[in-house]
Write a protein that binds this ligand. Sequence first.
Ligand code: GDP
Ligand code: IMO
Ligand code: MG
Length: 425
Amino acid sequence: MTVDVLLGLQWGDEGKGKIVDYLAPRYDIIARFQGGPNAGHTLVFEGKKHVLHTVPSGIFREAQLNLIGNGVVIDPITLGRELDELTEAGVEYHDRLLVARKAHLILPTHRYLDKASEAAKGKAKIGSTLKGIGPTYMDKTGRNGLRVGDLEAADFADRYAVLKAKHLELLKIYPEVEFDLAAEEEKWHLAIERLRKLRLVDGEYYINNALKSGKRILAEGAQGSMLDIDYGTYPFVTSSNTITAGVCTGLGVSPQKIGEVIGITKAYCTRVGSGPFPTELFDDMGEFLRKEGAEFGATTGRPRRCGWVDLPQLRYTIMLNGVTQLVVTKIDVLNKLPEIKAATAYEMDGQETDQLPFDLCDDTCKPVYESFPGWEGDLERVATYGMLPEAAQGFITEMEERLKVPVTMVSTGPGRRQLLEKIQG
Ligand code: GDP
Ligand code: IMO
Ligand code: MG
């Protein structure tokens, strides 16, 4: 068996949570492979909205196992809060939620360091979610981190004290950052007791044994490919590999084991936080997309920046990920528009190009737009792909032809049922 991958092709919030929840019944295991509580994955069903940060989006489906893989960074406090919400929603998670021992832990002081680092950057700040992601991955690569498996070691308290002391020294560089460590530490220590009681596994053996025994696995990405630490709009990125390659390191599977790669894109584009965004709209149209698309962060509540879909950008992330199928979400957000635009190329130094420059902040790079007819009607009653207005189908066909990847699903609303499967003919 192989591991199928589902990930975002833009700057995050493409609707990954919704699609994972929809596809979950086709798999035995859903596994998060990177990122942490910077993610906010929204699921809407039976009139209720659920937002997941660390727990994989298969948790609401009763038959599926959910693994938090070794590439993920876990804040026990946020995880604890998510578990409480699951209990409130009547979800029995204990036997179906597994945590890889090699996943790293976010300490309260990692969050303070995140805050301090952003404050010190001033106007050049990344716009981090301030969940401690960057400092935790820094400790991982700096070989100082604490892992879930360390919770089982006799000297865990000593190791925690050493890392905390190191962080407090570092925080002295930023005296303006205030924090109440004692209160947060108390919560953290209570939360790690809960984490210890979850099903801790050696993730790499677990996944490979599952594959051998014929289990179907879906790897759930967080963030988006344009936020990848290596290939995103550096330095305005997150600190993990959000692309397909991250599945191999983040779950411990070999590249030969990767199967389908399902890439998600909105029918337009958004970004939250700082950094370049070539097709961003600063006018009424940007405001229209934000309002129609309810574009406010699922983790921080910040307004998302909005713009047209960017085909050179998507070709880039399709290339990086080896995308085999596309899912287009939030097409309903465009319902009222007589005309839809897409960037189909970039212009640099008077020449049209399909290639993203070294630095997307480069002012000489301008998107070239083409217009497509809108459908000016709502999609409420559209139950099959064939029922979509002709202009909406036309827009999807243009995307397929220009991106050279088949679109297999189109999402027409936040609800679980608002999804059209497109049969390939
Ligand atoms: P994720 O991080 O990729 O899982 O995406 P988020 O949950 O952060 O953001 C996507 C938002 O769009 C959520 O509020 C979803 O409920 C909503 N959503 C998902 N698909 C659709 C869609 O097709 N149409 C509309 N209008 N909303 C959608
Ligand atoms: P999901 O999984 C959108 C952005 C932040 C910031 C940058 C770095 O819901 O798609 P970090 O906290 O990682 O240090 O922030 O990355 N960012 C996201 N933007 N969706 C996300 O996750 C994001 N996770 C991080 O806004 O610009
Ligand atoms: Mg999100």
